[in-house]
Design a protein around this ligand. Structure first.
Ligand code: ATP
Ligand code: MG
Length: 247
């Protein structure tokens, strides 16, 4: 099956249609769950309200996230079925630009789907993909949802969790892990508990973070400045204001 078919670039909602198509294709390929379709619909509604653009505070968040990934002792980019369907190559690029590991981590975990996502990431250039060992646990979650790699998310000081569910985002935060979240809903628990909530569509947020990472790489002072310049609460308030008033 070919990707990105039948959507003329001139279409006013090109990006949104392309995104939907990629999620559908992800379901067909067995990498995205059916619940993932619903999550996408939710995200799309917020993106529409935000004007389908990266607001300034989201750009600052992506820069702070890049700085955290670069300055971490051990950074991991967590990949679920929606993230893999939407931005596989972009996630690989971000992990290469920051030195972060890639780990597949699913809400509805099946070995088969994890394998498929890992294969899909490798097709897009990933050299190593974690998530298959599942020999670590996040405390406070039920068995299947708690599983992580002990030498991956289990050992990380910084984790980027795009589109994470609220429970796991909270549990990870309680482990003391610095959480960077991509979530179009500024009111979602995931966004609320994140050290850095990036309120933007993942299809824009990941390439934006990679651009910032390339800019900040090798410059610890600039990384510190990007982290200090970011205020999570202010960013969430700003996103809400943008949704309400079209700021
Ligand atoms: P909770 O309060 O538990 O966090 P939730 O509404 O976040 O609840 P989920 O269905 O787990 O529940 O989360 C999906 C989230 O992902 C939604 O907040 C949605 O806005 C967001 N989302 C979906 N697609 C995208 C996307 N392409 N880019 C960014 N965020 C997205
Ligand atoms: Mg959520």
């Amino acid at each position: 099956m070919s990707d990105d078919v039948d959507v003329p670039e001139s279409h006013p909602r090109y990006e949104s249609l392309l995104t939907r198509h990629r999620i559908e294709a992800g379901v067909d390929r067995g990498i995205t769950s059916r619940q993932g379709l619903i999550a996408q619909g939710r995200g799309e509604a917020y993106d529409y309200l935000l004007g389908e653009r990266t607001i300034d505070s989201a750009d600052r968040a992506a820069r702070a996230a890049a700085a955290y990934l670069l300055s971490a002792d051990h950074a991991v980019v967590s990949v679920n079925g929606n993230a893999a369907a939407l931005v596989p190559g972009e996630l690989v690029e971000l992990s290469e630009a920051t030195g972060a590991d890639l780990e597949v981590n699913l809400f509805n975990r099946t070995e088969e789907r994890i394998e498929r996502i890992a294969d899909y990431l490798r097709e897009h250039g990933a050299s190593e993909v974690k998530g298959l060992t599942a020999d670590g646990r996040i405390p406070g979650l039920d068995h299947e949802r708690a599983k992580v790699d002990a030498d991956g998310i289990g050992d990380a000081d910084v984790v980027l969790v795009p589109l994470e569910d609220g429970d796991r985002a909270e549990a990870l935060g309680e482990m003391g892990t610095t959480e960077l979240v991509v979530d179009l809903n500024p009111l979602s628990r995931s966004a609320q508990v994140a050290t850095v909530p990036i309120v933007d569509n993942i299809i824009r947020a990941i390439p934006t973070a990679t651009d910032h990472a390339r800019d900040l790489r090798g410059d610890p002072d600039a990384q510190r400045a990007a982290i200090e310049a970011f205020d999570a609460e202010a960013a969430l308030t700003d996103a809400e204001a943008a949704i309400r008033g079209g700021v």
